[in-house]
Design a protein around this ligand. Structure first.
Ligand SMILES: Nc1ncnc2c1ncn2[C@@H]1O[C@H](COP(=O)(O)OP(=O)(O)OP(=O)(O)O)[C@@H](O)[C@H]1O
Ligand SMILES: [Mg+2]
Length: 334
């Protein structure tokens, strides 16, 4: 007997997905809708068009890029354009084949008490294992788009089951599992993977055999104009204000003086909080300066003793003063 798990056990919806998920009771898949604040530029539209072509030809897609380069957002956006139900899986070191495919979760006993003749009682009991389908099995059977975010955070051995799914389009099931030893993959099944090649903490090297089956597209950090458009879309700030924050964070990124890369996410945080707190995007607004320091100072390289270096804090203050020059009558957040 095979069961379907509740949605919460099957997929983990990220912020990006949650914004666009339609709530479907008892349906383990995500039904994505276009995000109203999704920004598309010519470069992003071109990437989506190429990715969709490869996926439509049944090739799995792999978006590879540094933190904050928009991989998850793009993967979900592409999945949504395919128009099929989506299953989102986020790679984790605790994964094994069972976590992807499913497994036996216990047994179900059926007991029949027959009292057809009043002084004769016949009791029959039968115990059968209960099998619980997991994301990969559900996606392969129902022809979903599987978005496997950060797939290389799962141990390579757990991902081995994908080799035959992607090449032979056969899902090999554990012995005596679901009642059959393999399943033919639904013709509409598609897979989109993401990974961060720079973050080695908690990540594994993806096996060549798996990478060889995918089309890998490198997504780099966004260009300035795209970052500004995303900052505006995500915060509601005016274009000039958004540009000031984007330029400040980009310059910090360019300096290389960080231990944790200042990503677009930091830009969005500063922009959204400034808007919510009604701050002027200006170096003479103490609360804005403090906000920037709170968002960025922890990323700056520490001094030789491992403690925050006051000179680096000064560098951040100079950046704020340089890019957020006070302008009379300008920059009052709505
Ligand atoms: N095209 C876009 N339109 C609007 N917002 C976007 C777009 N692309 C990315 N973002 C926003 O930028 C931020 C970073 O994007 P995302 O989470 O997709 O990056 P990532 O590459 O998956 O990062 P990580 O490796 O840390 O998971 C998010 O807040 C996301 O909402
Ligand atoms: Mg991501």
């Amino acid at each position: 007997m095979a069961l379907r798990p509740p949605p919460s056990q099957l997929s983990a919806a990220s912020e990006a997905a949650a914004a666009s998920v339609q709530d479907m009771d008892n349906d383990p898949t995500l039904h994505l809708r276009p995000r109203p604040d999704f920004v598309s530029t010519d470069a992003l539209a071109d990437l989506v068009a190429r990715a969709t072509t490869y996926l439509q030809a049944s090739y799995p897609l792999h978006l590879r890029g540094p933190a904050g380069s928009g991989k998850t957002t793009m993967a979900l956006h592409i999945a949504q354009t395919l128009g099929r139900p989506v299953l989102l899986l986020v790679g984790d070191d605790s994964f094994d084949t069972r976590r992807l495919v499913g497994g036996e979760t216990g047994s179900r006993t059926k007991r029949v008490v027959d009292r057809y003749i009043h002084n004769v009682m016949k009791v029959e009991s039968e115990t059968n294992p209960v099998w619980l389908d997991r994301a990969l099995t559900v996606a392969c059977i129902d022809g979903c788009t599987l978005v496997y975010d950060e797939f290389n955070r799962a141990p390579p051995a757990a991902n081995n089951v994908l080799l035959s799914v992607l090449e032979e389009r056969i899902l090999v099931l554990p012995k005596a599992g679901r009642g059959e030893s393999y399943l033919r993959v639904h013709p509409e099944f598609r897979a989109i993977f993401t990974s961060n090649p720079a973050d080695h903490v908690g990540a594994h090297e993806a096996q060549d055999a798996l990478l060889d089956r995918m089309v890998t597209l490198d997504v780099d950090c966004f260009d300035r104009q795209t970052e500004i458009e995303i900052a505006i879309a995500r915060s509601g700030l005016a274009a000039l204000d958004a540009a000031r924050i984007v330029d400040m964070v980009r310059d910090f990124r360019k300096s290389g003086e960080y231990v944790q890369r200042p990503t677009l996410r930091a830009t969005i945080m500063i922009a959204r909080l400034s808007q919510q707190m009604g701050l002027r995007i200006s170096a003479d607004e103490p609360r804005f300066v403090q906000l920037c320091l709170d968002m960025l100072a922890s990323r700056v390289k520490p001094g030789p003793d491992g403690l925050p270096d006051p000179r680096h804090r000064q560098m951040l203050l100079k950046l704020i003063q340089h890019f957020c020059v006070p302008v009379r009558g300008h920059g009052v957040a709505a």
